[in-house]
Every structure is written in structure tokens, then in C-alpha cells.
Design a protein around this ligand. Structure first.
Ligand SMILES: [Zn+2]
Ligand SMILES: [Zn+2]
Length: 334
């Protein structure tokens, strides 16, 4: 049974995922070299995944059969689970919670050999529509406090299967990273009576040195204190605390700016591994005037090593102004 354990000094949470229990020999050193076997996410192999939760499919086709273009399934090795979670053994010193939650996989295409930026704009709209649908559904489930949706692209970024997919992990607490953002944003709001993300949008648009892309709904910029080379954030122009506020018109603008930005990053950096991470308001904060949802694209070109782990201070060899200027110039290949 998975457990949530709290580190007693820093109060940071860790998931002890017993369902994935690994011996030392289970940790492959070079995942890239792993031989491709049969892919459970490919069209025709629907029986190799747990039964689907939802799918977008041709009328007249049956669940767990071909005919789909988006398919959401439970993770076969869930880090957290909804059913049958029981209270872990009581601890007198340490804090431990049951690993209640959900862990789902969004299969972003029925064909194997494609990637986010190579898919059509209409398929990206379907991908982010499924992100929104699962987000909104899980936000209303009992005990859920936060819904994290993310994509790991490339083995270095954590993808264990090549087939295009993203993941949803719903948790029963507000994660530290989100709590820190809420806290900082709330302090700024108390003092300045404005959302700090709205203010940053204005500053970045005015200065125009770190902007990568812009459309009617969103801006993409390399943040002032980027931790990673070519780190790029995608932020709605209008104030909106929760991803659940994304309407169909914004969904189209979001899909378009993500396709454009990822194309630029993959073209200029030769398909680097990256993480695409949603940051959004937890349950109960959906209307916060001080929080503003956004997405972070973190290319994994540098290795997070001893200094970063020791201090939490990242060393970034590429100034965000240089990264943005480079990405603005590049002609993305679709
Ligand atoms: Zn596949
Ligand atoms: Zn805002």
C-alpha cells in the first residue's frame, strides 16, 4: 500500500510507492538503450493496459478497442491509488498518511511514432481537452486536494515508454511547491493588491527581452530567474487561478502556443528531453485573486547535481534573455 511520509525537519512529503517496489537490479542505468518490445499504448494493444477510464473515439466503436484518438487508463504501477487504501501503521514520532489518490496515463495518440509538436493542432486541442476533463473530474473527488498533470519527454526526463503520453497524479494534500507559490503570491497580493503573475506578464510584455511567443490568450517567456537553459513558461494573459477556468477558445490558444514553443525548443536543441508541468490552484483556491495557473517547460540539458541538491540553488549557463532571443529567431519545423 503506498504511503505519504513527511520529512520531520523540512516537512517535505515523500510518496513511498510500495506497488512499484524495486530491487537494485530493477533500476536500469541506461534507459535509452532498452530494447523496444510490444508497446501497450499502441492501437490494437488495448488489452495490455488496465480498462480505459475515458476515451475520445469514433462513434460506434467500443471501449478498449481501436477507434480512439485519446485514451486515458489507470497507471499499471500507480504511485497512489483510490481504492482500498488503508491507514498505515501508527507512528509516534514520524508523520505518515495513507497513499490515497489517483495515477492515470493519458495516451496522446494511437500511433507510436509521433510527438507533441509533430501532431496536428486539432489533436493538441484534444490532448489538452483530456487534461482539462481529468483535472476537473479529479478535483471533485473526495479527499483530493491537488491534481498534478505533467508530461515527461525522453528517458532522461523520466519517460519509461516512448509512445506519446502524459500523466495525472491526484494527491490528498497540497504539495510543497504549490504551497510555496500560493504563499509567495498571497504575500505579494496583500502588499500590492495585484496578482504577481499578472504583474510579471505586464513587465515581460513591456520589456520584450524574454518573450518567446504571444497569441490572443497566452504569452510564453523565459522567466527572469530561469533554473534551466531554455526554461519557458506559458501563462494566460487574463487572470485565472485554476486550469478549470480554461474555456474552449483559450484551449485552442493554449494548444497553439504549446505546439509553437515546443517546436522551437525541439528544432533548436535537437529534440532534448523535457518536462511539461501544469501549475494550478488546489481544491478550494480556484477563485484566488492572487494565484495564476501556468505551464512550465523544463528542457533537461543540464544535470541536477551535488550543488543543486545541497543548496536548492540551480546553476544555469544560459541567460534567459539569450535563450528567448534564440527561440524567437528560430523557424520552427512542424
Ligand atoms: Zn506505442
Ligand atoms: Zn493573475
Amino acid at each position: 500500500m503506498p504511503e505519504l511520509r513527511q520529512e520531520p525537519v523540512t516537512k517535505k512529503w515523500v510518496i513511498i510507492a510500495t506497488e512499484r517496489s524495486k530491487r537494485p537490479s530493477d533500476f536500469p542505468v541506461k534507459q535509452e538503450e532498452r530494447k523496444e518490445g510490444i508497446c501497450p499504448f499502441c492501437k490494437g494493444n488495448e488489452n495490455l493496459t488496465p480498462p480505459e477510464i475515458i476515451s475520445y473515439r469514433e462513434p460506434g466503436t467500443k471501449p478498449n478497442e481501436p477507434g480512439w484518438w485519446i485514451r486515458v487508463v489507470p497507471n499499471k504501477f500507480p504511485a497512489l491509488q483510490r481504492e482500498g487504501t488503508e491507514n498505515p501503521p501508527k507512528e509516534d514520532f514520524y508523520t505518515v498518511l495513507p497513499g490515497t489518490g489517483a495515477h492515470e496515463v493519458i495516451i496522446e495518440a494511437s500511433e507510436h511514432d509521433t510527438s507533441l509538436e509533430r501532431q496536428s493542432l486539432s489533436q493538441l486541442v484534444e490532448i489538452f481537452r483530456s487534461w482539462r476533463e481529468r483535472h476537473n473530474h479529479l478535483m471533485n473527488e473526495d479527499e483530493i486536494k491537488y491534481v498534478q498533470i505533467f508530461k515527461n519527454e525522453g528517458a532522461v526526463a523520466g519517460a519509461s515508454l516512448q509512445h506519446p503520453h502524459s500523466q495525472v497524479i491526484a494527491v490528498s494534500l497540497i504539495p510543497d511547491v504549490v504551497a510555496e507559490e500560493l504563499d509567495g503570491a498571497q504575500k505579494f497580493y496583500r502588499e500590492k493588491k495585484n496578482c504577481i503573475y499578472c504583474e510579471i506578464n505586464q513587465i515581460e510584455l513591456n520589456r520584450n527581452t524574454r518573450i518567446v511567443e504571444e497569441n490572443d490568450g497566452f504569452i510564453a517567456y523565459c522567466p527572469f530567474a530561469s533554473r534551466f537553459p531554455f526554461e519557458t513558461w506559458i501563462v494566460p494573459k487574463q487572470h485565472q487561478a485554476s486550469f478549470s477556468g480554461l474555456d474552449d477558445s483559450l484551449l485552442r490558444h493554449l494548444s497553439s502556443i504549446i505546439k509553437e514553443t515546443i517546436s522551437k525548443i525541439t528544432t533548436s536543441l535537437n529534440h532534448p528531453p523535457y518536462n511539461l508541468i501544469l501549475h494550478t490552484a488546489p481544491v478550494g483556491y480556484q477563485d484566488a485573486p492572487y494565484y495564476h495557473w501556468h505551464m512550465e517547460i523544463l528542457p533537461r540539458l543540464t544535470i541536477v547535481a551535488g550543488f543543486e541538491w545541497g543548496t536548492g540553488i540551480y546553476i544555469n549557463p544560459t541567460p534567459p534573455e539569450a535563450a528567448a532571443s534564440y527561440l524567437r529567431e528560430i523557424k520552427a519545423i512542424h
